[in-house]
Design a binder for this molecule. Structure first.
Ligand code: AMP
Length: 550
């Protein structure tokens, strides 16, 4: 990290480190009675307050210290959005250790890889993930114990694991006379792996400082716009980029928090929105599709829901219009990435733009939006030269800022910055008012339901089949999941293999939902001048391809 010179005259204000524990202490002290409501994996609704959450977070921090967890140690979580997961957010990071949030939808081998790479000491998990834990445990050499996030009554009578612990017992056995330690704000706080297009997943290692600055900035009116007058339901999972920072920014402003747990279907979400009078939510487009279908089918309306942030993949304009015009819900289109904590831009209108005709306003709102202060962005050509902000010229999008990654955990991938800027891998335009729009992404990963599928992994497996000469995978539009994989295959001369055989070939090699939906056989793939397959050409060729809908 660069060092900056000191001035001969330094400021004389208090120097207080920006620490994650400050947030929960603040929420307890100033918004102690604000509620946290959770739909639990157990099936019931749990409610308590920020004061309760702070108390139990300190008890957990003390328990972790007794278990030998020290500053910088990694503790993993594999859990849905819920109050116990929130306690882990504060207890682990607040005590100086690092919370490694893991996506349970990944294949067990990938999870085991990440646990080993991160050298996790303990893994906290929701009880419905016990089968995953039992599958990975023999391969996780650094893990001293697996902590099931439940009470004794839900612990299994028998388990393959000899180091299985009960979360509620750990909390009960631990007092709350625990003082949050003070340390350098640049210390690591949490770790989230991003699945790259090549090789293994790489870890984005956030710091207390980056997290606090992101929390302040993202809460601003032209960001997520959360305040003490809101009831917030984060649909975006706490196992992916810290649920866009909401577990920090919501307690920071003292808003009521509502966690959906594992029940992400339209009906369960709608019930929670209405029962708890949710005003604000955030998530990927797929989730809103399920909720809107349920609401339309049952002729329902929202009585409190006012605003939602949609990002993670492009929000379809039709969805934005339905939410705005039919239900009166303001939609803020946002863009970011794991490497950016994640928020980079959000799309809200200035006074001047708000006075424009409806069509012109809608056209702006469909863009990914304006940076929030702290993030700087630019578009460059392949030669690295900055391109104009005319809303038409597109180029590689680069960003910088205090919550943007400077290098991956354990320096995987080496030096990732270009002249101090992080290349996002996205291709975008920027207009004269500074509104950015993603036109494409240079990486070829497929986004299915807001989750990534690595095309290279799918291709490598296909190419290990004896009848396959060449294979390339692209995303094809899907009505429910946004995109699904289509595998395009060139067979070896004289060799035979059917679609069904190839699809079956994936069984047991990857997570089931990664399996290509369809296979197309071709004579040859389009190859560019440097010998690379031209996936943009393939996308054009297969743009009207109809996937078999299961
Ligand atoms: P992740 O790190 O998994 O959050 O994925 C980040 C990537 O998702 C970005 O680099 C974009 O390619 C894509 N992305 C995120 N938000 C949007 C959006 N609003 N529109 C289009 N693509 C998006």
């Amino acid at each position: 990290m660069p060092q900056y010179p000191e001035s001969p005259l330094m400021g004389q204000m208090m120097s207080q480190p920006l620490l994650i524990s400050n947030i929960i202490r603040h929420a307890d002290r100033y918004y102690g009675k604000s509620e946290i409501v959770s739909r639990r994996v157990e099936g019931d609704i749990h409610r308590y307050t920020y004061t309760d959450c702070h108390k139990r977070s300190r008890q957990l921090a003390k328990a972790l210290a007794n278990m030998g967890i020290k500053m910088g140690d990694r503790v993993a979580s594999i859990a849905w959005n819920g109050y116990r997961h929130l306690e882990a957010y504060y207890a682990v990071s607040g005590s100086g250790a690092v919370l490694h949030t893991i996506n349970p939808r990944l294949f067990p081998e990938q999870i085991a890889y990440m646990v080993n790479h991160a050298e996790d000491q303990y893994v906290l998990f929701d009880m419905n993930f016990l089968p995953i834990i039992e599958a990975i445990a023999p391969h996780c050499s650094t893990v001293k114990g697996f902590v099931m996030l439940c009470g004794r009554e839900h612990m299994p009578a028998a388990s393959k694991l000899d180091n299985l612990l009960c979360y509620e017992e750990l909390i009960a056995a631990s007092s709350d006379d625990y003082e949050w330690p003070q340390f350098d704000e640049n210390s690591a706080s949490s770790l989230c792996y991003t699945s790259g297009t090549t090789g293994h997943p790489k870890g984005a290692l956030y710091s207390h400082r980056s997290t606090l600055l992101h929390s302040y900035a993202s809460a601003m009116p032209d960001g997520l716009n959360v305040s003490a007058r809101d009831t917030v339901l984060p649909v975006v999972p706490m196992f992916h980029v810290n649920a866009w920072g909401l577990p920090y920014s919501v307690p920071l402003v003292g808003a009521k928090m509502v966690f959906p747990g594992p029940a992400m279907d339209g009906k369960s979400l709608y019930e929670l929105f209405e029962q708890e009078q949710v005003t604000f939510s955030a998530g990927v487009p797929t989730i809103w599709m399920g909720l809107l279908t349920y609401v339309a089918q049952n002729n329902l309306t929202f009585s409190s829901f006012k605003r939602t942030v949609i990002g993670g993949s492009a929000c379809p304009p039709s969805m934005m219009k339905t939410l705005r015009h039919q239900y009166g819900i303001e939609v803020v289109h946002a863009w970011g990435m794991t490497e950016m904590s994640p928020l980079g831009t959000a799309c809200t209108l200035s006074v001047r733009q708000a006075a424009l005709p409806e069509d012109a306003k809608q056209a702006i709102l469909e863009k990914q939006g304006h940076v929030i202060f702290g993030v700087d962005m630019k578009i460059v050509g392949d030669d690295g030269r900055e391109l104009p902000w005319d809303g038409k010229t597109y180029g590689n999008l680069l960003v910088k800022g205090p919550w943007v990654i400077s290098s991956y955990f354990k320096d995987e991938g080496g030096d990732v910055l270009e002249d101090g800027w992080f290349p996002t891998g996205d291709v975008a335009t920027i207009d004269a008012d500074g509104y950015m729009q993603i036109t494409d992404r240079s990486k070829d990963v497929i986004k299915s339901g807001g989750e990534w599928i690595s095309t290279i992994e799918l291709e490598n497996i296909a190419m290990s089949h004896p009848a396959v000469q060449q294979a390339a995978c692209i995303g094809v539009l899907h009505p429910k999941w946004d995109e699904r994989p289509l595998l395009v295959v060139v067979k070896k001369p004289g060799a035979e293999v059917s679609k069904e055989e190839l699809i079956q070939f994936y069984d047991g090699k990857i997570a089931k939902w990664w399996t290509p939906d369809d296979i197309a056989f071709v004579e040859a793939l389009p190859i560019g001048a440097t010998g690379k397959i031209l996936k943009n050409k393939m996308r054009e060729q297969f743009k009207d391809h109809k996937l078999p809908i299961a």
